[in-house]
Design a binder for this molecule. Structure first.
Ligand SMILES: CC(C)(COP(=O)(O)OP(=O)(O)OC[C@H]1O[C@@H](n2cnc3c(N)ncnc32)[C@H](O)[C@@H]1OP(=O)(O)O)[C@@H](O)C(=O)NCCC(=O)NCCS
Length: 172
């Protein structure tokens, strides 16, 4: 599947919401992206679109979060949401978006990524249950779906605490 991956620009906003709506079958994730764009921590370099020709067919977003222990705070990225249009799912677009996004995040100096999602998919890219790193989720979820990935070796070795998501995610 030949696709090109690039950061979003203003002309993409509507299509990104539509792709999220279609992939998730609801509007909440598209609205989440719109709300996060108004947060000063938002970076368009971490909101990537997958294009086939001129058409956007997928989207991935990373957003900074903190992992908070009693006496310490660590920075990480949350991966969410991520979407590929239904007709083109299962063809490798999501995998390319994720690989490209993780490489970009690493290049920008980010050291770790947290995700809440399909374990079968994310484990292929090295994500493991976050509990392995003593990182907990503020929402009630099963152990296997809340995962973490070190972009830099041992970056989560001495990290412990609960992930503090920005308020926009809590409305999801
Ligand atoms: C998840 C998603 C982004 C993956 O993109 P994609 O282009 O379909 O992914 P790829 O073709 O590269 O890889 C397919 C893999 O995705 C995983 N996957 C896709 N949909 C899944 C689902 N509903 N449940 C569990 N795993 C799923 C599987 O591991 C699948 O591997 P397989 O084909 O060997 O079964 C896409 O399917 C999607 O938009 N789904 C709906 C929205 C969503 O669930 N987003 C992620 C929230 S964590």
């Amino acid at each position: 599947m030949k696709i090109k991956i690039r950061p979003e620009n203003k002309n993409d906003y509507k299509v990104i919401s539509m792709i999220n709506d279609m992939a998730f079958g609801q509007e909440a994730e598209g609205i989440l992206v719109e709300k996060l764009r108004r947060n000063k921590k938002y970076s368009k370099d971490l909101s990537l679109v997958a294009c086939m020709g001129n058409e956007i067919v997928g989207h991935i977003l990373f957003f900074p979060v903190e992992i908070k222990a009693d006496d310490n705070t660590f920075e990480a990225l949350a991966l969410a949401p991520m979407s590929v249009i239904p007709e083109l799912q299962g063809l490798g677009i999501g995998s390319q978006l994720l690989e490209n996004g993780l490489a970009k995040a690493k290049k920008l100096g980010h050291k770790s990524v947290i995700v809440l999602g399909h374990p079968e998919f994310y484990s292929k890219f090295g994500f493991t249950p976050a509990s392995k790193f003593k990182i907990t989720c503020p929402f009630e979820v099963t152990d296997d779906v809340f995962m973490a990935l070190e972009l830099e070796k041992d970056s989560l070795k001495s990290v412990s605490g609960c992930v503090a998501y920005p308020k926009e995610y809590k409305d999801l």
